[in-house]
Each structure stands twice: as C-alpha cells, then as structure tokens.
Ligand binder design. Structure first.
Ligand code: SF4
Ligand code: SF4
Length: 348
C-alpha cells in the first residue's frame, strides 16, 4: 500500500468509529485518551499516534478490520502513518527530513563513513601496522574519549529537546504538564506499562504472541543502559566492568535479533511501511553495535581487540549522532505523549 503525506483525516475517521465502539478499551493508553477528546483534531491525533506502540492488539480484536468491510479499520497502520508524519513535521533541523526518506541508506552510509573515519584517523596517526599492538589508551586517550563522549551525548540531547519542544507545541492544546503526570508518564515509559496490553501482551509478530516483543524491547533498552554506564569507566573496562559491558551487549544483541525476526515475520498489512523501514534501519545498526560490544571482552589480549574497539566506538557514535533523525525520535515523542496523557487524566 502506498502511504500518503497526510493521514490525519483518515485517522480521525477511523478513531471516531472506535470512539463509538470502545471495544479495545484497556489495551493501551490510546483507548483511554480518546475519551478525553470527543471531537478529534490534528494535534490530538498526533498525540494518540505517539501513544500507540504498535502492538496490533486492536487490529486483531476488531471485527471491522477486513479491507472489504465498509469501515476498513486498521488502527495500528493509520496511527503508525501519522506517527511518522509527526517525525517529518518536528524533525530539527528541518533539512534532516531526507534521513527519514531513505533510512536504510542514511543509516548504512553514516555507519560506513564513521568506521572509515576512525580507520583513517588511527592509521594516519599511528600507522596501519601498529594499531593492533599499541595500548588502546594510546590510540584513544582518556583526554579524547571523555570530552568526545560528553559532546556527542549533549549534541543528541540538544537536538532531541529541540524536536520535543516542537512536538509539544503541536499537541499541548494550551495545557501544561502536571508534576504527577510527569512522574507517572516516566514510570509508564520506563516500565513498559502499556506493553502489557491489559494482560494480552503484543500480538506481534503473529496473532497469538504475548510478551515476545516486550522481552525483545526490554533487552535492548536495559542492555543499552548497562553498556552505557559500563563504558563510562573507560579505560577501566575489564574485570567487573568488562562483565557488565559483555552482559549489556549480549542483551542488545539478543534483543535486536528478536526485533529483526519480528520485522521479517510480522503481518505487514497491519503496519505502516514507512515506520517499518525506520525501525529496521536503526535496529540493524544497534545489532552491529551490540555484536562489536560483545566482542570487546572476548577479544581482550588478541590482535584484533583494538580494531574491534575502534569499530564499536564508531558505531556507538553513529547511534547517538543519528538518533534524532531516526526511529529514535519515537521514544522522545512517546514519553511526551505519555506525560500529556497522565497529566490530562489527573486533571479530569
Ligand atoms: S479497533 Fe475495532 S474493535 Fe477496537 S475500538 Fe475500534 S472499532 Fe472497536
Ligand atoms: S496497536 Fe496496540 S498500542 Fe496501538 S492503538 Fe492498538 S492497542 Fe494501542
């Protein structure tokens, strides 16, 4: 199916039918949140779209999801389309929209360039033959590693904040967050509350799945946090830190393999294809970052330790550098929508 550039009218049509039916109440925050707004508009549909985490529970539950039925409902797909349109509308700087157009090309090219750059940097400074024999702290001294890491983290946070402010101005309806809304929204996001689907889990990759996707997501998310904390101890990345880094990277690798499996086997008909290619590109990048991270403790003491470490660092840098122009816009917009949803619930 070809996806258009303005899915809001279609989303409003479908969600208005749902608002009369309400059978899917309890699956996720979307079904609560439509109750707060009897007449849907563009900003509110964008908000609902980013509350959706694409579990497909509502698709499989719906008696009107047949394409031949006059209602032709396909909520995960239409909300997925609107979600991607919110990325286009709020990506900053705006010229980075091209990254959303060709996510696989953009991601692979960024990774390729980053790996080439670290190779050229190390070869020019130390000579190609010596790289595997020098101590890593000679190739990447702590005085370079720490400021560069902090600069990349700050860059990502600044762009995310810029995009978050733009998204918030699109959906806020003149209301503010409440303190309890912020706390509850962060809690919901961190503990994947909505992924439980009111007890039914996620029907991805097939109609009968339950917690497979939740497990895969959690492995990637918590693995990433563990790895991030561990690498901050550089150059002391051996011993206990080496073990935690290994475990974090293992979790990322297993989680991304599971997500790639989901991508390959899922029902494409109930999914936005633009959203799907954004997911896939970033998941594959995370997979390679995870695998090279896994090889750090394994390769310690061998001739390829330094090469693997350099490639791994380059890939991690790319993860952060392109996160604001990738599927990783979604965690930011989703968090804002969860906070708005919780703030709205406390106001009622
Ligand atoms: S998706 Fe179908 S079953 Fe669920 S609320 Fe909408 S109309 Fe009802
Ligand atoms: S696909 Fe899942 S998360 Fe999205 S609206 Fe339906 S039930 Fe909610």
């Amino acid at each position: 199916m070809i996806e258009g550039n303005n899915s809001t009218p279609e989303a409003i049509r479908q969600m208005s039918i749902c608002n009369a039916c309400r059978y899917c109440e309890g699956y996720c925050a979307v079904w609560d949140a439509i109750e707060f707004k009897p007449v849907l508009n563009k900003g509110y549909i964008s908000h609902l779209a980013n509350l959706c985490h694409d579990c497909r529970d509502c698709f499989y539950a719906c008696p009107y999801n047949d394409p031949d039925h006059e209602f032709k409902l396909n909520i995960p797909r239409v909300l997925g389309q609107v979600q991607v349109e919110t990325y286009y509308a709020n990506i900053r700087p705006k010229f980075m929209k091209f990254a959303l157009e060709r996510p696989i090309l953009f991601t692979s090219l960024s990774a390729f360039i980053a790996v080439i750059l670290v190779m050229v940097y190390s070869s020019l400074l130390f000579g190609l033959n010596k790289i595997s024999t020098l101590p890593m702290t000679t190739i990447i001294p702590v005085s370079l590693f720490k400021p560069a890491t902090i600069a990349i983290y700050l860059y990502t946070l600044v762009i995310w904040s810029w995009e978050a402010l733009s998204y918030w101005s699109e959906i806020n309806e003149g209301k503010r967050f409440t303190a309890s809304g912020v706390m509850r929204g962060v809690y919901d996001a961190f503990f994947y509350r909505n992924f439980l689907g009111g007890g039914t889990g996620c029907k991805v990759p097939g109609e009968n799945n339950k917690y497979f996707r939740l497990t895969a997501h959690s492995l990637v998310f918590f693995g990433f946090i563990v790895a991030l904390i561990s690498i901050s101890f550089y150059p002391n990345i051996f011993g206990y830190v080496g073990i935690t880094y290994f475990l974090g990277s293992l979790a990322i690798s297993i989680g991304t393999v599971a997500l790639i499996y989901i991508h390959i086997t899922e029902d494409r008909g109930s999914r936005s294809q633009k959203q799907s290619s954004l997911d896939y590109a970033f998941t594959v990048l995370l997979f390679f970052a995870g695998i090279t991270g896994l090889l750090i403790p394994i390769s310690t003491g061998t001739n390829w330790f330094n090469w693997n470490f350099l490639i791994h660092d380059a890939l991690i840098a790319v993860v952060f550098l392109i996160a604001p122009f990738s599927k990783f816009i979604h965690p930011v917009f989703r968090l804002i929508s969860l906070i708005k949803y919780r703030s709205d619930s406390y106001r009622l």
